[in-house]
Design a protein around this ligand. Structure first.
Ligand SMILES: Nc1ncnc2c1ncn2[C@@H]1O[C@H](COP(=O)(O)OP(=O)(O)OP(=O)(O)O)[C@@H](O)[C@H]1O
Ligand SMILES: [Mg+2]
Length: 380
């Protein structure tokens, strides 16, 4: 059947009927006719097994009493084959319930028994259930295959993009950095040469140097960002409280005069790559440290919040804050809400943080208000 036609009416469902008596096969086929399935006949156990090798069946109707290989023996063989180990079997038997070894049948994976004389409506109802089940399973299988294809496609696309990024990163860090460095060196030598640089132009040369340094810092930031694309994530239990305390000590050591009230919740942990989590926390604490600079009583909190089943970690400060309208921009590379003259920076810290969180399959977001501080939440 062509694919379009098949999609309209649904896939054909096969039913296997096994009986050594041709008359009973004819009778069964007549009963099943209205269900619209493709009924396949087998005259013996071995014959049934041959069909099972070639095709998939929604359900097997199996006569218990057959020569050569009886129904139970056939069922045993059916179950041993991976392709048919889960195919539902309904035993058809002329014996009444008391005489039939129901226990043995169920042990062999029978899902049901029908006793002759067969009541057509009941048999059809039972078979219909398995046909529906089979159709649902096929549909699920199709979705799964589709999904796998999609994932494969996306992965290929992503790999290609990553490769391009890597090439670009190499270009930025090697090919662009070198000429910039020589501009800076020339500018530096000019400053050492008072005959060439007058007092009037000295200021301009110094600005030139500052700008080239700023560009180099931007390149460095880009390199950091791209470096995070590759490499494997090695997840382990990470002691967030300890790492945060160590990072804080570093900031304090760099500016011992600053008085900041640091509050680190005890026992904070996360499952992540220890090295990357340290970079993530450094970037968040660095921002909190920077943007509380002008507060008379700066407070920086590293803590957690439990919402439903998830634990969110956060870095909170009572600094200058930001306008929530621009919250979506913060995590973009080189995006800054504050001017260079107010607060220095490249606008790379949160982009790095987001990349690290993404690599863990987590989420990161920021909340804040102008003049009222900011909180950056993340889940790994
Ligand atoms: N704690 C915070 N309080 C207020 N604004 C913040 C805070 N954290 C980030 N921002 C805003 O988001 C922007 C981007 O932050 P990000 O860390 O990426 O860059 P940066 O700190 O400016 O520079 P870099 O981190 O590269 O040195 C900042 O320039 C600032 O405007
Ligand atoms: Mg930053």
């Amino acid at each position: 059947m062509p694919e379009a036609e098949e999609a309209a009416v649904g896939p054909v469902v096969n039913i296997l009927i096994v009986d050594d008596d041709p008359a009973k096969l004819i009778a069964l086929r007549a009963v099943l006719e209205p269900l619209g399935a493709n009924v396949v006949e087998a005259r013996s156990g071995p014959d049934a097994l041959r069909h099972l090798l070639k095709e998939d069946f929604a359900v097997i109707l199996l006569d218990v009493r057959m020569p050569i290989m009886n129904g139970f023996e056939t069922a045993e063989m059916i179950r041993q084959r991976p392709a048919s180990e889960l195919t539902p079997i309904i035993f058809v038997t002329a014996f009444d319930q008391a005489e039939t070894n129901l226990g043995r049948g169920y042990e062999l994976g029978a899902v049901d028994f029908v006793f002759s004389p067969i009541v057509p409506a009941i048999l059809r109802a039972k078979v219909t259930v398995f046909m529906e089940l089979y159709k649902s399973q096929q549909e699920l299988k199709r979705y799964r295959t589709q999904l796998q294809g999609l994932v494969q496609e996306r992965t290929t696309a992503l790999t290609a993009i990553n490769r391009e990024l890597e090439a670009f990163s190499y270009f930025v860090s090697h090919d662009l950095r070198a000429p910039l460095l020589s501009i800076d060196t020339i500018a530096e030598s000019l400053l050492d040469n008072p005959e060439v640089v007058s007092d009037g132009t000295k200021d301009q040369v110094m600005r030139l140097r500052r700008t080239s340094k700023q560009m180099m810092a931007l390149f460095e930031g880009m390199r950091t960002l791209f470096r995070l694309t590759g490499g494997d994530i090695r997840r382990q239990k990470v002691d967030i409280s300890r790492i945060a305390t160590e990072i804080i000590a570093q900031f304090q050591a760099q500016e011992p005069k600053r008085q900041v009230d640091f509050r680190v919740e005890e026992g904070l942990t996360a499952s992540g790559d220890a090295g990357l989590v340290r970079i993530l926390l450094t970037n968040l604490i660095s921002n909190a440290w920077k943007f509380t600079r002008d507060k008379p009583q700066p407070v920086i909190t590293i803590g957690s919040e439990r919402v439903a089943v998830e634990t969110r970690l956060f870095v909170r400060d009572n600094g200058v804050g930001f306008d929530m309208i621009y919250a979506h921009k913060l995590f973009g590379a080189f995006q800054r809400l504050h001017s260079q003259s107010e607060f220095a920076g490249e606008g790379i810290g949160l982009a790095v943080a987001q990349r690290i969180v993404n690599r863990h399959g987590g989420r990161i977001w920021a909340e804040g208000a102008m003049g009222e501080g900011a909180t950056v939440y993340f889940v790994l």
